[in-house]
Design a protein around this ligand. Structure first.
Ligand SMILES: NC(=O)c1ccc[n+]([C@@H]2O[C@H](COP(=O)([O-])OP(=O)(O)OC[C@H]3O[C@@H](n4cnc5c(N)ncnc54)[C@H](OP(=O)(O)O)[C@@H]3O)[C@@H](O)[C@H]2O)c1
Length: 259
């Protein structure tokens, strides 16, 4: 959805994932101008990240925007009703997520976001240098990290403990990067979605009451995430830095949260 919004509005967009056929299918179905370009890569591998950066450096020499969108959800809790039985709760929490689930989720959602951001810093800076030559008031380069409203929930029905904790971490990391990168005028912002149809949520959420029960009574659509992304990438959003933007149809208001 994010790649579609950007490509349809004039950007050249590299989409990165581990499964090339999935990327090629997305580019074929979604691209309007032939500028959605698949690049096979694994954001949990620093070697792979360096290869991706090198390819884009050779083809373009810079980037304007990095979207840290790749993410995984494992260790999903499926049982919430324990009828006062502490052993039942204990069993659920012990078995829903293995230590490997924590590792895998953090590898992609936290460590991967960190190294992906660091790997692209020089190209983001080169984007700023390039634009400043022609426009002193240019829109500065930016990192958008896709977190989740899960990052703010403190109710007793988390979807996955490792997932929620990983999104807390990536949200905070983005705020830290806004500071770390300030001398280079590279901005860092967060988009925190609620429920959107995707491989991650298909079969789990969109058709169930969970999506319909949010105040706006529907799952998110392409336009919802597109509007926010285009705002942050445009001149209108160019003064926005170090912030978090929730798009969830009001879902977070249904939970006790830290937001
Ligand atoms: N959908 C929602 O309701 C929702 C809500 C809140 C937040 N989010 C967040 O939105 C982002 C996108 O998720 P989605 O819902 O679109 O899920 P999705 O359909 O499962 O997409 C996740 C994408 O990440 C890629 N990916 C996973 N691990 C990767 C790795 N190691 N290297 C490179 N790419 C990797 C996957 O491609 P490969 O498997 O081919 O690598 C896939 O394209 C995630 O960060 C997710 O946490 C989604």
């Amino acid at each position: 959805m994010i790649a579609t919004a950007l490509e349809h509005n004039g950007a050249t967009v590299y989409i990165v994932g581990r499964r090339l056929p999935v990327l090629e299918k997305a580019a074929k179905e979604r691209s309007r101008y032939g500028r959605m370009l698949p690049l096979q890569g694994d954001i949990t591998s620093r070697e792979s990240l360096l290869v991706i950066v090198d390819i884009i450096r050779q083809r373009h020499g810079y980037i304007d925007l990095l979207v840290n969108n790749a993410g995984v959800a494992q260790g999903i809790i499926r049982k919430y009703d324990h009828q006062g039985d502490i052993r039942s709760l204990q069993d659920t929490l012990w078995n829903a997520a293995s230590p490997q689930d924590f590792t895998d989720v953090f590898d992609a959602n936290v460590t991967g976001v960190y190294y992906c951001t660091v790997a692209f810093l020089e190209l983001l800076h080169d984007g700023n240098v390039r634009r400043s030559r022609t426009d002193p008031h240019h829109v500065t380069s930016q990192v958008i990290t896709v977190s989740s409203v899960a990052a703010f929930r403190r109710d007793d029905r988390p979807y996955s403990i490792p997932y929620t904790l990983s999104k807390v971490a990536s949200t905070h990391m983005s705020k830290m990067f806004a500071n770390i990168l300030k001398d280079w005028k590279i901005r860092s912002n967060v988009i925190a979605p609620g429920i959107f149809p995707s491989e991650m949520t298909n079969g789990l959420i969109p058709d169930s009451h969970v999506a319909r029960d949010v105040p706006l009574q529907r799952a998110g659509k392409l336009e919802d995430i597109a509007g926010l992304t285009l705002f942050l990438a445009s001149k209108a959003g160019s003064y926005v830095d170090g912030t978090v933007h929730i798009t969830d149809g009001g879902r977070l208001s249904m939970f006790s949260s830290t937001y």
